[in-house]
Design a protein around this ligand. Structure first.
Ligand SMILES: NC(=O)c1ccc[n+]([C@@H]2O[C@H](COP(=O)([O-])OP(=O)(O)OC[C@H]3O[C@@H](n4cnc5c(N)ncnc54)[C@H](OP(=O)(O)O)[C@@H]3O)[C@@H](O)[C@H]2O)c1
Length: 242
C-alpha cells in the first residue's frame, strides 16, 4: 500500500495499537477516521490531533455497523483503507457463570464485526486496502484466553482467504500479527511487561513500506515460521504444560 494520501478508517483507533497506527498514519500525511464506543476517549484524541475525524460506534451491534458504513458512504465515499483493529480479550474459565455471555461478546467484536464491515466496505469504489489486526494467539492459543485465541485463529484464517477473494477487485489485504504489546487489552496492567506500542508501530511501518502482506514482530516473527513440533512446544511452554 502507499504510505501517504490515503483516507483510512481505523476501528478502535483511539487507544493502544490503534492509536499507534492513527498517530503514525497522520504523521505520514493521511486523513484518519477513528471509531470506538467511548466518546470521552475519542474526544481526547481529537483534542490532541484536531485533523482526526471521530465517530462513536459500538461494533458489536449490527445496526451500528450498518450506520457507520452509511455515514462513510455519505460523508467519506473516497475512503480507500479499512483497518479492522478493534478487539476485546476476556480472561475467563469455561466454568464461570458468565462464560457464554462473555464468549459471545468476544465473537461479536473480534469476528462478526470485521467480517460484516469487510462485506460492507468492499462496496466502496475507492477501497484498495484492508488491514486486519489478528494476534500471535491465532497461531498458538493461550488457555486462559481460549475464546479470544480462537476468534483470532478464525480471523487469521479468514484473512488468508480474503486476500485471494479480493485479488480480482484489486483490494490488497494485509495482516498485522502482533505479539503481546503494552496496551490495556484484557484490562489495565495485564500487558504491562510487554514491548511498547511505539517499537511495534516502527516495525509495522517498516514492513508496510517493504510491501509485506503479513506483518510480524518479535515472538510472532518466529512463531509464524515454526513447524508443528515447535508450535506444540511453544503451546506447552506458554500454558505451563509439562
Ligand atoms: N496488545 C496486545 O498484546 C495484542 C496482541 C495481539 C493482538 N492484539 C490486537 O490488537 C487490537 C488492538 O488492541 P489493543 O491491544 O490496542 O487494545 P485496546 O487498547 O484495548 O484497543 C481496543 C480498541 O477496540 C475498541 N473496541 C472494543 N470493543 C469495541 C466495540 N464493541 N465497538 C467499537 N470499538 C471497540 C476499543 O475502544 P472502546 O473501548 O472505546 O470501544 C479500543 O479502542 C485488537 O484486535 C487486539 O486483539 C493486541
Amino acid at each position: 500500500m502507499r504510505i501517504s494520501s490515503n483516507k483510512i478508517l481505523i476501528t478502535g483507533g483511539a487507544t493502544g495499537i490503534g492509536l499507534g497506527l492513527t498517530e503514525r498514519f497522520l504523521k505520514e500525511g493521511n486523513t484518519v477516521i477513528i471509531c470506538g464506543r467511548r466518546e470521552s476517549v475519542l474526544k481526547e484524541v481529537s483534542e490532541k490531533h484536531p485533523s482526526i475525524i471521530t465517530k462513536k460506534c459500538d461494533l458489536s451491534i449490527e445496526g451500528e455497523r450498518e450506520a457507520l458504513f452509511q455515514w462513510i458512504l455519505a460523508e467519506h465515499s473516497n475512503l480507500n483503507v479499512l483497518i479492522n483493529n478493534a478487539g476485546i480479550q476476556q480472561w475467563m474459565s469455561i466454568s464461570d457463570n458468565d462464560f457464554t455471555k462473555r464468549a459471545k461478546d468476544e465473537i461479536s467484536v473480534n469476528i462478526e464485526a470485521p467480517v460484516h464491515l469487510t462485506s460492507l466496505f468492499i462496496n466502496l469504489k475507492s477501497l484498495n486496502t484492508i488491514i486486519n489486526v489478528t494476534s500471535g494467539l491465532a497461531l498458538v492459543p493461550m488457555i486462559k484466553v481460549a475464546v479470544y485465541s480462537a476468534t483470532k485463529a478464525f480471523f487469521h484464517s479468514f484473512t488468508l482467504s480474503l486476500r485471494q477473494l479480493l485479488k480480482a477487485r484489486n483490494i490488497e489485504v494485509i495482516e498485522i500479527i502482533p505479539p503481546a504489546i503494552n496496551t490495556d487489552l484484557g484490562g489495565k496492567g495485564i500487558h504491562d511487561s510487554a514491548p511498547p506500542v511505539s517499537d511495534f508501530i516502527e516495525a509495522v511501518f517498516e514492513q508496510i513500506k517493504q510491501g509485506k502482506a503479513e506483518i510480524t514482530f518479535g515472538f510472532t516473527d518466529s512463531i509464524s515460521k515454526a513447524g508443528p513440533e515447535d508450535l506444540q512446544k511453544t503451546f506447552n511452554r506458554m500454558n505451563g504444560i509439562n
